[in-house]
Design a protein around this ligand. Structure first.
Ligand code: SAH
Length: 490
């Protein structure tokens, strides 16, 4: 429980890319009981909200109006008074044109303790992802955050004369898509050169980022010609010219790709990082969760010659069960060990067990066929695997008259996740992730636009059954090959 009295966290969610979330933000989001969030918070960040948290969307949903500011403040106060941990999530930084100041004041007035978690503001991050440093030793020695939000069709009170006189500076206009014409006109009128470089960056740091470099004179027509929509950042200053040379992001193989990683959260990290390294916008949407079973009676291992594992979870389950029943790994004695693939073999090796057999192609079919070849008629196999795992393995073993038994040591559970409708790809590391993903999508969801990146044949078959039409299968069942398949799918 809370040692202090903090009830509300005003948290910056960053500009969109969940990788730009701060460690503190992640920590408080994961522990939230209530999350009150805005339209600008990225889907990857929203995916971190605990399943059981109360989630309140106070942003603009297409067509409808946002919840009025005073009402948002009342929501925060109401839940804080119920003694719940309330996280108020805002795009970018909560105090940069985010009305975080007003919310903090309302909390002070209501005598509620709060914490501010700053975020990466879009004014700095969106240019960075377009290869534009907002300051530069030779070109910009100051930067200015300006709101260009028009309250009633009119620009806010901006001192254009002062801005136009600044030398070596970068101007960043937030909320300026609609008012860009007026802003540029006023700056030119106040004496700024028509040729001053400018940039407009739409949906910065997301897979949908678009950027256009132009001049002060041409920016408004550029915005119209390209149909730029909010949220977009408008930058005025010499540094905009550096984008051409420094645009690091567009070179990455998966930039512009929004991809869902569906495997259980505790196993998603490495794959997500590999995809992010290549510039993808990664959404962790764990569709399944594995739960190790308790109260499973482990057999006498000396009755078997081979012990086979079809997943890392199977390995973890064995050690759990041994510990729970006060038994010991030495009971395995001279039993030979088979693993479905490298990750499973590594998990065994980490625990001091060397694998005697691993198929060249890491799947159930190849494991069964391989064992059928090397096992003799007199030998007996024990498989530690998931409850209601695929029957393919059994069929092959039966066909080859292998003497085996299987023991369910863990269970796969489907989780409900919210699948956004603008995904480009989804990565599936097992047939069960495909099934669970489809269940989360619900009826009528269009799969045609989503490329399914599958770890192996069995998973790909499941994807085809589920209705995916663009399916890419990794050449080997490992993460490198999976990432390679995503690059080819691009
Ligand atoms: N607190 C936020 C800003 C909120 S005002 C922050 O610190 O970033 C909303 C404006 O922010 C938008 O109109 C747009 O100008 C800018 N903005 C927010 N997210 C953006 C993004 N991903 N790319 C470009 N501009 C963005």
């Amino acid at each position: 429980m809370n040692e202090n009295n903090t009830r509300v966290w005003l948290v910056g969610a960053g500009p969109g890319d969940p990788g730009l979330l701060t460690l503190r933000a992640r920590e408080v989001i994961e522990n939230a009981e209530v999350v009150v969030y805005d339209r600008l918070v990225g889907a990857g960040v929203l995916a971190l909200m605990p399943e059981n948290a109360i989630k309140i969307d106070v942003g603009k949903n297409s067509g409808t109006h946002p919840v009025p500011q005073r009402e948002i403040e009342n929501i925060l106060i109401e839940y804080a008074r119920k003694n719940l941990r309330v996280v108020r999530l805002k795009g970018g930084d909560p105090f940069v044109f985010g009305r975080g100041g007003e919310e903090a004041e309302a909390l002070v007035n209501a005598d509620i303790d709060f914490e501010i978690v700053p975020g990466v503001t879009s004014g700095i991050a969106a240019p960075a992802y377009a290869g534009i440093p907002v300051t530069h030793r030779n070109l910009a020695s100051s930067l200015h955050f300006i709101t260009a939000h028009a309250k009633t069709g009119e620009l806010p009170d901006i001192n254009f004369d002062a801005l136009a006189k600044l030398k070596n500076s970068t101007l960043l206009f937030y909320m300026g898509v609609e008012t860009a014409g007026l802003v540029c006109e006023q700056l030119i009128k106040s004496g700024m050169s028509k040729d001053t470089p400018t940039a407009v960056i739409e949906r910065g740091t997301t897979s949908k980022q678009r950027e256009f470099i132009s001049s002060l004179n041409n920016l408004p027509s550029e915005i119209i010609a390209n149909n730029i929509k909010s949220p977009a950042m408008i930058l005025v200053g010499e540094v905009a010219g550096l984008s051409e040379n420094l645009n690091w992001r567009s070179k990455l193989k998966l930039s512009g790709v929004k991809i869902a990683v569906t495997r259980p959260q505790k196993r998603a990290g490495k794959l997500s990082r590999m995809l992010r390294d290549l510039g993808a916008e990664v959404l962790e949407l764990p569709c399944i969760e594995t739960e190790i079973l308790h109260d499973v009676q482990l057999p006498e291992f000396s009755n078997y010659n081979w012990l086979a594992f079809t997943s890392v979870t199977g390995v973890e389950a064995l050690f759990n069960l041994l510990a729970e029943s006060s038994r010991d790994i030495r009971e395995l004695g001279s039993i030979k060990i088979a693993a479905i693939g490298k990750a499973t073999a590594d998990a065994l090796r980490d625990r001091g067990l060397r694998v005697d057999y691993m198929p060249e192609i890491y799947d159930g079919e190849n494991l069964a066929q391989g064992l059928a070849k090397i096992m003799t008629q007199a030998e007996k196999l024990l498989m530690l695997r998931a409850k209601s795992g695929s029957r393919e393995l059994n069929e092959i073993l039966d066909l080859n008259n292998i003497n085996y038994e299987e023991l369910a040591v863990y269970e796969t559970k489907y989780l409900k996740c919210s699948v956004p409708d603008d995904l480009d790809m989804a990565v599936f590391t097992s047939a069960s992730t495909v099934k669970a993903f489809i269940e989360s999508c619900g009826d009528g969801f269009k799969l045609d636009n989503i490329k399914a990146i599958c770890i192996g044949k069995q998973t790909a078959r499941e994807a085809a059954n589920a209705g995916f039409t663009k399916i890419y299968t990794a050449a080997r069942a490992d993460l490198n090959a999976l990432v390679q398949a995503a690059c080819e799918a691009r």
